[in-house]
Design a protein around this ligand. Structure first.
Ligand code: MG
Length: 198
């Protein structure tokens, strides 16, 4: 039997993009307004810089920044031991800049940090709701909102997506095995089909 497709985001789902970004902002001598940080537009919360969007572009244009991101704790073990066996993982992401170098840095990051996923397909797209697959794990508010009506959504919680609806949510990947257990029960027929009897 085919395994159900599991669409898996990379930034701030598998890596620590926003934490590393804020660290880099602070390393450069600026401050970050943690107290009011509650929106996807992270640049808005940088204090002391004249052009926050330019600072963000300068940081994110560097391939070395993307290479340096850390994997989120426990994601490796949970994906390898719980999700990879039961689902058909497809990585879905979009590079900071639409070019081959920025795409490559993402696939190499996967190879270096989640080696067992290195042969999985990576779809580069911002319109993840248009990709076939019943389940998506993603942190971006716009993606969650658009996918909520057509997929089972799993949200890694961040300050910017607190109030966005999803079917499941988690703070730590340690909670994900429990979510998978519930999801398989809650959506059994939808994901695995029924046994054909009326
Ligand atoms: Mg993301």
């Amino acid at each position: 039997m085919n395994k159900p497709v599991f669409l898996l985001d990379i930034d701030d789902t598998l890596n620590d993009f926003s934490t590393s970004f804020i660290k880099e902002v602070e390393r450069q001598g600026y401050k970050f307004d943690y107290k009011h940080y509650n929106d996807w537009d992270i640049a808005r919360f940088i204090i002391g810089v004249e052009d926050p969007d330019k600072l963000m572009s300068d940081i994110c244009e560097k391939l070395s920044f993307w290479k340096s991101l850390n994997p989120v704790p426990y994601a490796y073990d949970v994906l390898k031991e719980v999700i990879n066996d039961q689902f058909d993982i497809i990585l879905v992401t979009s590079p900071w800049i639409e070019n081959s170098k920025h795409r490559k840095v993402k696939s190499e990051w996967i190879k270096n940090n989640f080696g067992f996923l290195r042969k999985k397909p990576i779809i580069f797209s911002k319109e993840k709701w248009s990709i076939a697959g019943p389940i998506i794990m993603d942190d971006k508010p716009k993606t969650l909102k658009s996918c909520y009506i057509c997929k089972i959504t799993i949200k890694p919680m961040h300050p910017y997506n607190k109030n966005v609806l999803s079917n499941y949510e988690f703070k730590s990947w340690k909670e994900v095995p429990g979510i998978i257990k519930s999801l398989k029960k809650d959506y059994h027929d939808y994901l695995f089909g029924d046994d054909g009897r009326d």
